[in-house]
Design a protein around this ligand. Structure first.
Ligand SMILES: Cc1cc2nc3c(=O)[nH]c(=O)nc-3n(C[C@H](O)[C@H](O)[C@H](O)COP(=O)(O)OP(=O)(O)OC[C@H]3O[C@@H](n4cnc5c(N)ncnc54)[C@H](O)[C@@H]3O)c2cc1C
Ligand code: FES
Length: 249
């Protein structure tokens, strides 16, 4: 983990309120696994706290972040342009577990909204294990959909939207009910309601990994702002990815 001024190679809109930011610098080489995150400091005295954003993908000395503009920090980020520097702390946290036990397994990735972002590098790295990969992506509506083609290159993609403007009409839970429970492993990131559904619906699946989100302070385990529901773990340091059999959402 280090703090670095990373150079912006690209920062452009890819869907409604959603941006792809490509950063260059040494932090990218320190990333251990998909699902880790970075903490960004914006050059604005009115925004003293860093903002946590997942690493969506990485390659050599670059990394890509996908973010949704929801408030002042992410809005300020969206105004930065190619050649600007961003103050980055990272890589932080523990990501999705991968290993030889995955060989030839039937795997499901479940992403919803901006929670789809960290699942992209995971889907890429799963290719090395010859898994049979299904990918469930849920969006509010068509204009909010992103990275569909990218995921289609990596597995069989199923899409839902709340209003039916793209894919199956319904919520992530409705889509998952059509896919069924026949998976060896499930990885998920998205709103709490989706993670809770995944945890209970795939209760009998042998392994589940869930990426949790919470408002953060320090991002490095020092301030206890990001406790899990049972107060036994810190999301920034022990997560954000947890064993779905153990964590309370
Ligand atoms: C580990 C982790 C990884 C994340 N990865 C991504 C990512 O890849 N892409 C992305 O777009 N966002 C991600 N987030 C959420 C992101 O950190 C917040 O959206 C961002 O900090 C909001 O900053 P802001 O100044 O724009 O909004 P603020 O003005 O601080 O808040 C605006 C609104 O967003 C809500 N909000 C703020 N922070 C969070 C949060 N951490 N979780 C849920 N709601 C929040 C607030 O309650 C408020 O309603 C992640 C959060 C965590 C903890
Ligand atoms: S944000 Fe400080 S302990 Fe997690």
């Amino acid at each position: 983990m280090k703090v670095e001024m990373m150079r912006i190679l690209a920062n452009h809109k890819i869907a409604e309120d959603t941006y792809e930011l490509i950063l260059e610098g040494d932090i990218a080489r320190l990333i251990k696994e998909p699902g880790q995150f970075v903490h960004l400091k914006l050059n604005d005295d009115a925004l003293p706290l860093r903002r946590p954003i997942s690493i969506s993908s990485y390659h050599q000395n670059t990394m890509t972040l996908l973010y949704k503009v929801v408030g002042k920090g992410t809005l300020a980020l969206s105004k930065l342009t190619i050649g600007d520097d961003v103050d980055v702390l990272g890589p932080l946290g523990n990501g999705f577990k991968l290993g030889p036990w995955l060989k030839n397994k039937k795997v499901l990735i479940v992403g919803a909204g901006i929670g789809i972002a960290p699942l992209y590098q995971l889907a890429k790295e799963l290719q090395a294990y010859d898994v049979d990969l299904d990918i469930s992506l849920s969006f509010q509506h068509k204009n909010a959909a992103y990275y569909v083609k990218e995921f289609q290159e990596l597995g069989t993609v199923y899409i839902s939207s709340d209003d039916g403007s793209v894919g199956f009409k319904g919520y992530a839970s409705d889509l998952l009910k059509t896919l069924g429970k026949n998976y060896d492993l499930v990885y998920s990131c998205g709103p709490k309601v989706v993670l809770s559904f995944v945890q209970s619906y795939y209760e009998k699946t042998s392994e589940i990994y869930l990426s949790l989100e919470e408002r953060m302070g320090c991002g490095i385990g020092a301030c206890y702002a990001c406790d899990t529901k049972d107060k036994t773990k810190r999301i920034c340091k022990d997560g954000p990815v947890f064993n779905g059999k153990e964590v309370l959402i």
